[in-house]
Design a protein around this ligand. Structure first.
Ligand code: KG4
Ligand code: ZN
Length: 345
């Protein structure tokens, strides 16, 4: 079965075609980063309007690459939430119209389900069950994953998400938007320079005894430093290094604790912050020491993309058919949506 995946939850238009047996056939992405950068953050109305411009050309492009036409499609998977309401509506209305015209089902997919299944797109994929560390711009969660639709939330951020903290701290340091990758680059350059960092930032909730996270205090600690010190390029790099070190330390230690408690031996890291090189190095090294294998999506599938939505759709489609559940065919979006409610019994 050929599944068209549509992702329009925020500022990336991602389209892909996934075949239930043959895997990913094609994918295309249009990033709106440049459009929003001059405003210092995503402008929801501009995001929706741009998705409208991009969806159709990208669908045509992915069909062409896969050497398919619209009538070959068997189902459509679109991001139904969580995300920006207007942006989600573009993908969902497009999916509903296509579903109606082609008489094929449209499945509303949870954006985070797409992220946590995204490492399954890699040639060396994990097998169920595993622990998933979801670290994106909007979410930071630790999940126990036993299969498609079988998710148990172990803990999550009580305030800012890790990516959001990266972006806000980068903004404080004058690194532009979205600042996560820029801050990380600066921190890594400092690390490679061999200089010693004189700063140490707090590790929020490290010893809270649960799997919850908090990152807004870290950003405030950076703000306090900035207000006290004269910001030279050296202090800017040191702050970036100390910030990244603190976030990576907390994410790593809480993930390892979850693995130890559940006795699971596979960790999946997904979401934009999963592209962070320092997190990858630190996590893989620490996990190896306790016999855990860490799986990452390839860099292009770490951030928002259509392939992960098409994959989640294909996996759900297989389950629906084997259990003869009715397929969802709706036109609603869920800007706020709890993944655990997406359980497949
Ligand atoms: O998963 P994603 O593309 O979108 C959401 O669903 O939020 O994640 C975007 C987030 C942004 O906050 C961005 O700054 C962060 O991921 N990010 C990074 C890196 N690359 C992207 N944060 C730290 N280091 C990176 N290399
Ligand atoms: Zn995302």
């Amino acid at each position: 079965m050929f599944v068209l995946g549509i992702e329009t939850s925020c500022d990336d238009t991602g389209i892909a075609i996934f075949h239930t047996e043959r895997g990913l056939l094609s994918h295309a992405l249009y990033s709106q980063t440049e459009l929003h950068s001059k405003y210092g953050g995503v402008v929801p109305e501009l995001a929706s309007r741009d998705h409208i411009r991009r969806v159709l050309p990208l669908v045509k492009q992915t069909l062409e690459i896969a050497k398919l036409s619209l009538k070959d499609l068997n189902a459509i998977a679109y991001t139904q939430g969580p995300g920006l309401a207007g942006a989600l509506l573009v993908g969902s209305s497009f999916a509903a119209a296509l579903s109606f015209a082609l008489k094929i089902p449209a499945l509303g997919i949870h954006h985070l389900e797409g992220h946590l299944l995204s490492p399954l797109l890699s040639p060396t994929a994990p097998t169920f069950p595993f622990i998933a560390l979801l670290v994106s711009g909007g979410h930071t969660q630790l999940m126990e994953v036993h299969g498609v639709g079988q998710y148990k939330l172990l803990g999550e951020t009580v305030d800012d998400a890790a990516g959001e903290a990266f972006d806000k701290t980068a903004k404080l340091l004058g690194l532009g938007y979205p600042g996560g990758p820029a801050l990380s680059k600066l921190a890594n350059e400092f690390s490679k320079s061999g200089k010693i960092c004189s700063l140490k930032l707090p590790r929020p909730m490290l010893h809270s005894g649960d799997y919850n996270f908090s990152f807004s205090g870290l950003k405030t600690a950076v703000l306090t430093l900035i207000n006290k010190k004269e910001i030279t390029s050296q202090t800017q790099a040191e702050i970036a290094f100390a910030f990244q070190e603190a976030v990576v330390d907390v994410l790593t230690k809480k993930s390892l604790a979850a693995l130890t408690e559940t006795n699971l031996t596979q960790l999946v890291v997904a979401g934009g912050v999963g592209a962070n090189g320092q997190l990858r190095t630190f996590l893989s090294r620490s996990a190896k020491e306790i016999g855990v294998t860490v799986f990452y999506p390839s860099l292009e599938f770490c951030t928002d993309n259509g392939a992960m939505i098409a994959l989640a759709g294909a996996m759900r489609l297989k389950k629906s058919i084997s259990k003869s559940q009715p397929l969802i065919n709706s036109f609603t979006v869920k800007p706020r949506w709890n993944l655990e409610t997406q359980a497949i019994k």
